[in-house]
Design a protein. Structure first.
Length: 112
């Protein structure tokens, strides 16, 4: 189960986040979101737990508790739809002889 966690203290790292959630069961991954430019935490994270029931227990137990100044928001992560329109998504590159009008870029992509 994938879990979204917001309201985290900015000094909390992946290992500390994992430690909080592993009290409820095995954690597959725990990743604090970092700003690409500064490398500092954005205050939210994603945790993946091995077992759905344990994930639900973690959500119920941790939602709305305070680890710092703000209460945590802990909920099941939602699948994120692509934010790019279909015409701007990467085509995978390479030679492509499809009939959909896309040449896919890459070497020898001229149409005959």
């Amino acid at each position: 189960m994938k879990i979204f966690v917001a309201g985290l203290p900015y000094d909390l790292d992946d290992a500390e986040l994992e430690e909080i959630f592993e009290k409820f069961g095995p954690v597959v991954s725990a990743k604090v979101a970092l700003d690409k430019e500064t490398g500092k935490s954005k205050g939210f994270a994603f945790v993946e737990m091995q077992n759905n029931d344990e994930g639900l227990e973690a959500i119920e137990s941790l939602n709305d508790i305070s680890l710092g100044k703000k209460p945590l928001v802990v909920k099941q992560a939602e699948d994120r739809p692509s934010t790019r329109p279909p015409s701007t998504r990467p085509s995978g590159g390479g030679f492509n002889r499809s009939n959909n009008g896309s040449n896919g870029g890459g070497y020898n992509n001229r149409r005959d």
